[in-house]
Ligand binder design. Structure first.
Ligand code: ACO
Length: 429
């Protein structure tokens, strides 16, 4: 008998089955041979939120939730945050290795020179109301962007694919910046090819009458670190959406728009906005104990920015962000909400309710405070998450397309509704 296998006895029939184990995993389809009789469809697994289902094999991002480890292509996030730049990290995610000096120069130039968007896209943006949510505009704009590149549907042509990847990464900051300018009723600020990626984004957000916009280097650095931290996080909700949409072989713009939509939700990319709202509502340090009690009583209130599906010890990104926050506040001045956040974290980490449930600050607990200090309106927070995550989504998308195991995603269901019955005329209902 092979040792790398699982022996399953079906007590309904008394039959025994042998299921191979590879990489600590069994293939769900191997369970289909477990049947009561020939008419039986076969055994399935029920896993509504993919709590214990591997939907792919991936070599991009490694997470050990218990130990608080996050690595991109084997490089610890702490080292990348300290030594790399977002564009270098994006290359790493996409290509599997850090770029050589020449590769990095060409890559940086390519991304820089693709930041301009077709002028017609501005008409799409102009048609939104002044108070349209920037994430709604971003989703629509990415989708619209794809219509300018009909060749993008040739997803199995590597050159075509790479060109769309360059365009998407480059134009994200332009679309995001233009979306903000539309929101505040200011003329669009065009890209400046002499600036770094994060500095160029700040330029398109905030430039007014100055001939040359020169953002504070400390803020540019903090933004770059935040971009690195958000670039990928293996099979989370939006990345899974990217893979599921992409599995139909649609063009990458449409898949990225779908992934952006998933990121928009308050349990995913919208959490840091909720953190700021929560801290504002708490208002002062003395109100914290009462707020914590409300959370513990489960009165529909959650401690936003706490808890994670995967990290059950600490979120390594939260540690880096907390440090970055102090760097930003040295330039912008202290945020009154930071005091509340620090005290809230201290009280929660010592409270049995949170300790027992392994609830720790996640990446969103401090990121919103940094964004707020840098004058980003709250509505822009998920956009700031989406900008760098595009590189992770695209790396995962390429991996999926090159994986012979992958097919169009199509989960099964356990049917719980009524079976065949006769149509009732309206008078009889
Ligand atoms: N505040 C209070 N209680 C919480 C919180 C929280 N933030 N998070 C989880 N819990 C409680 C749950 O009520 C549950 O308690 P119970 O066992 O008494 O029923 C227990 O902890 C386990 O929580 P689950 O909901 O099962 O954990 P899950 O892995 O499904 O959820 C999630 C993870 C969605 C992140 C959750 O912790 C949450 O809603 N946090 C707040 C939102 C947030 O910060 N999201 C950002 C995530 S990071 C990111 O997307 C970049």
């Amino acid at each position: 008998m092979p040792t790398n296998s699982l022996t399953i006895t079906d007590n309904r029939t008394g039959k025994t089955y042998e299921v191979p184990i590879n990489e600590d995993t069994i293939r769900a389809t191997d369970l289909r041979k477990i049947k009561v009789d020939d008419d039986d469809f076969g055994m399935m697994t029920y896993d509504p939120a993919f709590m214990n289902t591997a939907a792919c094999r991936s070599a991009i991002t490694f997470i050990d939730g218990d130990k608080g480890i996050l690595e991109y292509r084997g490089y610890p996030i702490e080292q990348l945050a300290e030594k790399s730049t977002y564009l270098e990290t994006a290359w790493l995610l996409l290509h599997g290795e850090l770029p050589t000096k020449d590769e990095l120069t060409v890559w940086t130039n390519t991304i820089t020179y693709h930041t301009f968007i077709n002028e017609n896209l501005k008409f799409v943006l102009d048609s939104f109301r002044y108070n349209a949510h920037p994430m709604g505009m971003l989703i629509a704009m990415i989708s619209a962007l794809g219509t300018f590149y009909p060749e993008a549907k040739n997803i199995f042509d590597e050159d075509v694919r790479n060109r769309q990847i360059e365009r998407l990464i480059a134009k994200m900051i332009t679309i995001a910046g233009f979306g903000y300018r539309h929101m505040v009723g200011m003329p669009y600020a065009y890209p400046d090819n002499e600036l770094s990626y994060p500095a160029n984004f700040l330029n398109m957000m905030y430039r007014t009458t100055e001939l040359k916009y020169e953002p504070d280097p400390a803020l540019v650095h903090a933004l770059d670190v935040l971009f690195i931290l958000h670039a990928d996080h293996e099979q989370n909700c939006s990345t899974s959406t990217m893979r599921v949409a992409g599995s139909s072989h649609v063009d990458p713009y449409s898949s990225v728009a779908a992934a952006c939509a998933a990121l928009y939700g308050p349990l995913h990319g919208g959490a840091n906005e909720q953190v700021i709202r929560m801290l504002t509502e708490i208002g002062s340090k003395q109100n914290i104990p009462a707020f914590i009690e409300k959370v513990k009583k489960g009165e529909g209130v959650k401690l936003m920015g706490f808890g994670h599906r995967v990290y059950k010890n600490f979120d390594p990104r939260a540690t880096i962000i907390k440090k970055a926050a102090y760097g930003v506040f040295e330039v912008t001045g202290m945020s009154p909400l930071l005091e509340i956040a620090v005290e809230l974290e201290r009280i929660a980490l010592a409270d049995e309710y949170f300790v027992k449930r392994k609830l720790y600050p996640n990446v969103d607990f401090y990121s919103g405070l940094i964004y707020q200090a840098m004058k980003f309106p709250m509505d822009m927070f998920p956009v700031l998450f989406a900008i760098p995550r595009v590189s992770g989504w695209l790396a995962q998308w390429c991996e999926m397309l090159n994986d012979p195991d992958q097919k169009i995603a199509r989960p099964r269901q356990i049917f719980t509704g009524s079976r065949k019955r006769d149509y009732k005329e309206i008078g009889q209902r």
